[in-house]
Design a protein around this ligand. Structure first.
Ligand SMILES: [Zn+2]
Length: 327
C-alpha cells in the first residue's frame, strides 16, 4: 500500500480546514436495540440537526450502512466460539435478517436525510458484520472481486432508496485491506476514511499509528493506492484518484489538539458515532448532548480565533479539490 501527499488542497486564503462526520447511521429506532437515526429529528439525528442549526458554517458527512445487520456489538454466543475451525465461521452474535434494515424499505428515513441541509451521505460498509471474533470489521480477508461485489450491492441499495450521496466510503471499524482499497479505486470512489489516531502528537509530518491504516498523514489528505494481491486485474491499471482521510479528533480530544491541527495547516477531521449506548457497548464518541456541548464550545472558539481563515468543508469537497489538481 502506498500513500503519497496531496498538494494544493487548501483554497487560497485558508490556513486550515474542519470536517465533521458521523458513523453507523441506519434506520434502527429506540424500539430496536438502539436509535441509529430511525427516530429522525426526535432522536439521535436531532443532535445533528441541532449542530447544523447553531453553526451555519458547519458541513456534515453521514456514513450510512445500507443494510445494517449487527444486533449486538459484543459476542453473545459462548461455547461455539471456543471450537477451533468453527469459531472463524460463525457469527458471534445473532444477526438481524438480511434486508431488515435495508434503507430502501424506510422511505421516511431516506427523505429526512435528503432534506438535511449542508449534509452529505456516504457509504459505511454494506452490513457492518463479519463472521468470527472481529464481528463489526466487515472487510477482512475478502478478495478484490468480493469487495467489488459488496460495494456494488451497497451502491445499488443507495440508488434504489433514492438517497442522495457522495462517492466516499468509511470501512466499518476503520479496516481497509488492500483488496478493498483496490476495489474502491476501481469503482471510482473519491475518498476513503480508514485511519483514526487520537494520540499521536500533531505535527506536519506526524503519521497515523492507531486504528486502521498506519503511516498515513495525521492531518493531511493523501492519495492511497492499494495494489490487490489477487490477480493482474487489480486497480494498478487505473490511475490512483482515491483520497485518504484520517480521523484525528473525537469526544475525548481536547481543544489544544484541535488548535494544534489548525496551527499546523491541517484538516481537523472530527468523528462521532450516531448512538451512545446500545448493542451491549457504550461509544466514547457517541453523539449525545454532552458531546454536542463539547463540539459547540470548540467550534465557537475556533471560529472566534481564526474566523474566515478556517475552511469549514466536507470530506467530499476536500477530495474534489485534491482530484482537481490531477486534471
Ligand atoms: Zn461503524
Amino acid at each position: 500500500m502506498t500513500l503519497t501527499e496531496c498538494r494544493g488542497w487548501l483554497p487560497a486564503g485558508k490556513r486550515a480546514a474542519v470536517c465533521f462526520s458521523v458513523d453507523d447511521v441506519h434506520p434502527a429506532t429506540s424500539r430496536d436495540e438502539f436509535d441509529a437515526g430511525g427516530d429522525l429529528g426526535r432522536g439521535a439525528l436531532g443532535h445533528v440537526e441541532r449542530l447544523l442549526d447553531r453553526h451555519p458554517q458547519l458541513r456534515v458527512t453521514l456514513f450510512v450502512t445500507p443494510d445494517w445487520r449487527l444486533r449486538r456489538l459484543v459476542p453473545t454466543r459462548k461455547w461455539l466460539t471456543r471450537i477451533p475451525f468453527l469459531r472463524e465461521r460463525i457469527h458471534w452474535a445473532p444477526l438481524t435478517p438480511r434486508g431488515h434494515f435495508r434503507i430502501d424499505r424506510f422511505p421516511q428515513f431516506v427523505a429526512y436525510l435528503n432534506t438535511l441541509p449542508r449534509t452529505d451521505c456516504a457509504l459505511h460498509g454494506l452490513n457492518h458484520a463479519h463472521r468470527g471474533p472481529r464481528m463489526a470489521v466487515e472487510f477482512q480477508e475478502q478478495s478484490r472481486a468480493t469487495c467489488s461485489a459488496l460495494l456494488q450491492e451497497a451502491r445499488r441499495i443507495f440508488a434504489t432508496a433514492g438517497l442522495r450521496h457522495v462517492q466516499g466510503f468509511a470501512p466499518p471499524a476503520w479496516n481497509a485491506p488492500p483488496s478493498l482499497c483496490a476495489a474502491l479505486n476501481e469503482a471510482d470512489f473519491h475518498f476513503v476514511t480508514s485511519a483514526r489516531d487520537l494520540n499521536t502528537p500533531v505535527s506536519e509530518r506526524a503519521r497515523t499509528a492507531m486504528s486502521g491504516v498506519h503511516g498515513a498523514s495525521l492531518i493531511h489528505p493523501m492519495w492511497i493506492r492499494c495494489a490487490s494481491s489477487d490477480g493482474p486485474t487489480s486497480a494498478t491499471a487505473r490511475p490512483c484518484r482515491l483520497v485518504h482521510f484520517t480521523t484525528n479528533f473525537q469526544a475525548t480530544s481536547t481543544i489544544e489538539r484541535a488548535r494544534a491541527v489548525i496551527e499546523a495547516g491541517g484538516l481537523l477531521s472530527i468523528k462521532a458515532h450516531i448512538f451512545k449506548t446500545g448493542g451491549g457497548i457504550t461509544m466514547l464518541d457517541g453523539l449525545d448532548a454532552a458531546y454536542c456541548d463539547h463540539l459547540e464550545r470548540i467550534w465557537r472558539e475556533l471560529h472566534r480565533r481564526y474566523g474566515d481563515a478556517l475552511w469549514w468543508t466536507s470530506l467530499a469537497e476536500v477530495a474534489g479539490r485534491c482530484r482537481a489538481t490531477l486534471s
